[in-house]
Design a protein around this ligand. Structure first.
Ligand SMILES: O=C(O)CCC(=O)C(=O)O
Ligand SMILES: [Fe+2]
Length: 167
């Protein structure tokens, strides 16, 4: 159904800035306090421009994300995509090319691991978190991206304005 709800084989929620992917939008909620320390740590340790969060929950063998490039619409040029992994260990897979020419790199996304995907790598390689019958637990990934507009600061500003009183 064009523009209507679509099944996603995992749970997903954006915070701070709407997240666009494959023609769809995940509408953002304000960043909850529980995620602020993660956002701050990533901004201080990796890149202060990272302003938007996306959470993915993978529950059991049926949940996955297929090979894709992250959309760079509204993304700050040359900013990295950072992924924090929590819970069940999964494979984070990079692929490039097709058929016999296909290159594949698997990384272990275990609890507490941080991946930094440079902007150019996202353009050159697809990434995926494949499904497997051996998964029985839950993995939560927190990804951070830098968007030129609609970032966390604007959301915070908007909330402040909506809740400001004149008296
Ligand atoms: O869960 C992950 O590690 C990857 C998530 C992802 O690729 C995405 O949200 O675009
Ligand atoms: Fe992605």
């Amino acid at each position: 159904m064009p523009g209507g709800p679509v099944q996603t084989p995992r749970w997903q929620q954006a915070y701070g800035a709407d997240y666009h992917y494959t023609g769809r939008t995940n509408t953002a909620l304000p960043v909850p306090p529980v995620l602020e320390p993660l956002r701050e740590w990533v901004r201080q340790s990796i890149d202060p421009r990272l302003n938007a969060l996306l959470l993915n929950w993978y529950d059991g063998p049926g949940h996955y994300i297929g090979p894709h490039h992250d959309s760079t619409k509204d993304m700050v040029p040359d900013s990295p995509i950072v992924t924090l992994s929590f819970g069940e260990t999964r494979v984070f897979r990079l692929t490039r090319g097709r058929g016999g020419e296909k290159e594949l790199r698997d990384f272990e996304a275990s609890n507490g691991v941080v991946f930094v995907l440079p902007f150019a790598t996202n353009l050159a390689w697809k990434h995926a978190v494949p499904k497997s019958a051996r998964y029985c637990g839950r993995r939560i990934s927190v990804t951070l991206r830098a968007f030129t507009s609609g970032g966390v600061d604007e959301v915070v500003e908007e909330i402040a304005q909506n809740h400001s009183t004149t008296c």
